[in-house]
Design a binder for this molecule. Structure first.
Ligand code: NAD
Length: 291
């Protein structure tokens, strides 16, 4: 029997917890509500959809959001200027620059220019380094969402062999670090595989947990996993109006012990973790107690 891990349900519970925490730690002390800044450049349809859903999530939970939209031909200097404003605005607790950026903009320079204390995406090297060194910091939302989904589903990961497929900065790398951290949850033995890995089945067949983030519909098939493996499908692949994962649901369902559905698995967990990071920023960044 395969149990589906319901990210929608868990995200709903976590949203309630965040709301309660905002009430208890912020509003009841007459402080202003947490405030997330979002910078969106260009006209990429997926980015616009993601940003709209982030704004909606904020609204539903009682987090203020401010969107700065820049035209597609904005220069890197203009974007850096907007980042500077967010960095120095005491009324913005944390902010994100929606990725990907247009080709003429140096993404590394942009990420480096974000104040790490306001980097609620957790992409700044300072935060990434802290994450790798077992320190407290902002963790990238998808990786934190996966870790939380496993933890709250009471799935033991310590001592288990995890195979991560994909090494992107936003998913594969951070989740491989978080799974192997010397902390709870963590302590998994991690193999990070990618497009240059030879004979990937050799690794996936040994895995207790497989986290797939490749962006290829149905990449992980039932004959690549062992019986009872735990499968986390990060993929969001559009097929007309349908959204399909990186896991071949038909052949994996029934063989895996746990599986995240697409949609309704990792996606909602990712969205709620941005809210969690924004609350964390509001609780840690404000210098004056009444702010
Ligand atoms: P990416 O394109 O940045 O990275 C893909 C990774 O897959 C690369 O590291 C590459 O080495 C690896 N890869 C490609 N082909 C491979 C192969 N044949 N064998 C092994 N590895 C291979 O993608 P990403 O940003 O990490 O996103 C991956 C997927 O996850 C996409 O479908 C994306 O839409 C989705 N995603 C979902 C969420 C969510 O919240 N659910 C969040 C972010 C990304």
């Amino acid at each position: 029997m395969t149990k589906l891990l319901n990210g929608n349900q868990l995200a709903k519970e976590i949203r309630k917890e965040i709301s309660k925490e905002i009430e208890k730690k912020i509003l009841s002390k007459n402080k202003r509500i947490p405030h997330l800044g979002i910078i969106l450049t260009g006209t990429n349809n997926s980015s616009i959809t993601y940003v709209n859903s982030k704004i909606k999530e904020c609204k539903n939970i009682g987090i203020q959001s401010t969107l700065v939209k820049l035209p597609i031909d904005s220069t890197e200097e203009k974007l850096l200027e907007e980042i500077k404003k967010m960095n120095t605005n005491p009324l913005i607790d944390g902010f994100i620059v929606q990725l990907p950026l247009e080709k003429h903009i140096d993404q590394d320079q942009i990420i480096l220019s974000i104040n790490p204390k306001k980097d609620v995406d957790g992409f700044h090297p300072e935060n990434f380094g802290k994450m790798a060194l077992d320190m407290k910091t902002f963790f990238p939302a998808t990786a934190l969402g996966i870790l939380t989904l496993l933890e709250r589903s009471k799935i033991k990961i310590s001592g288990k062999h995890t195979v991560v497929i994909g090494r992107s900065r936003i998913v594969g790398k951070p989740i491989s670090i978080l799974m192997s951290r010397k902390s709870y949850p963590g302590n998994s033995t991690v193999t990070l595989t990618h497009s240059n890995t030879l004979n990937i089945e050799y690794y996936t067949k040994q895995a207790d947990i497989i986290i797939v983030a490749v962006g290829i519909t149905g990449f992980l098939k039932g004959n690549m996993i062992k019986n009872g493996a735990i499968i986390i499908d990060v993929g969001i692949n559009k097929n007309g109006k349908n959204i399909l994962g990186d896991v071949d649901f038909r052949s994996v369902y029934g063989k895996a012990s746990y599986l995240t559905p697409v949609p309704g698995g990792v996606g909602p967990m990712t969205r709620v973790m941005l809210l969690k990071n924004t609350l964390m920023a509001a609780l840690t960044n404000r210098k004056h107690p009444t702010l």
